[in-house]
Design a protein around this ligand. Sequence first.
Ligand code: ADP
Ligand code: MG
Length: 379
Amino acid sequence: MIRLQSLSKKYPDGIQAVNNLSLEVKEGEICILIGPSGCGKTTTLMMINRLIKNTSGDVFIKGKSINGLNSSQLRRNIGYVIQEIALFPHLTVEENIQIVPELKGWSKEKKEKRVFELLNLIGMDPEIYKDKYPYELSGGQKQRIGVARGMGGNPPIMLMDEPFGSIDPITRSRLQDEFLSIQEQVKKTIIFVTHDINEALKMGDKLAIMREGELVQFASPREILSQPANSFVEDFIGTDRSLKWLRLVRVEEYMIKNIEVATCEESSQKILQKMDQMQRDDLMIVDNNNRLKGYILRKDISEKNKQSINNIIRPFRENVERKTTILDAFIRLTTTDADFLPVLDNNLRVEGLITGEILNKQMNKTYQIEENGGANDNE
Ligand code: ADP
Ligand code: MG
């Protein structure tokens, strides 16, 4: 979708801000440009929508060089969220968001509909906010409007320069979550600048790590963590690589999926049979809608309670979802007395389970990666 080919920028004063940068962003992906201040991130972004003219190399969008495109066309198809959020102070929220739709010559109805859509998308009630001026908004709200304005004309491509830069950590983390769930619906192709490695690992499909205008590594968050290209990248990631790894990997990858469950009506014989089948000493008990009631341990089944298993069902104090990180799953497991946790969907139906043994293996694997400087994770 977007291809940078040996892209370079030398400013008139001789500073080589970007040097020979090549990378490709696929449709629907978030590519993060990350690196220390002054490494050329903003310059790169502005060369993509030609706000800055490159000195050599080229940028291709869907295979066409941007030099062949007319500049206003180019900017209407690329949403741009600038570093220091700059809403026009004399325009209302609605008017700010309508800037590009206005340029595109949309009808009044279409423009108004778009404002409603976008305000709803970013979780700000249009009735309350559309007529407010920027000075009436909090920092976080202004950032959101900045993002909405970037998306105003529904561009397939978004360039975002530290969009959550000046927001406090808690609001920021919420905005990141919101943004990711919006992206799941809208699937834009995004180049996103940040200098925050945690933000990069969380948001990016790919990370382009830059240093002094040059690309040091271009890879997925996992590859970066497990196989940093050099000591600069290692230093940049920091010393808590294993922790970062555990925050990246989700339960769904390692959970046991095809598990047997039972209802309370089933005989203890049948239940023992199912445990044997799975080679486990426990079994989850569900109601008729497959909603979790608890679990039974083999050792609790005796002659005495053969008739009714109701009395020996143990409750779970914790559960996880597919998208729970391995780190959170581990923390939750340590607060219970079970040695496994149920994986539930949002209707509390059982989707599988994850065991302490599996989680432990992941933790150990991580330390191995740390020690070997890049063991592969494909086993
Ligand atoms: P980043 O966004 O990664 O912090 P920039 O792209 O803003 O980095 O800047 C890269 C380098 O280019 C820096 O050394 C900066 O001082 C320099 N630079 C940026 N803009 C200009 C300009 N208009 N004229 C001269 N040098 C510039
Ligand atoms: Mg910058």
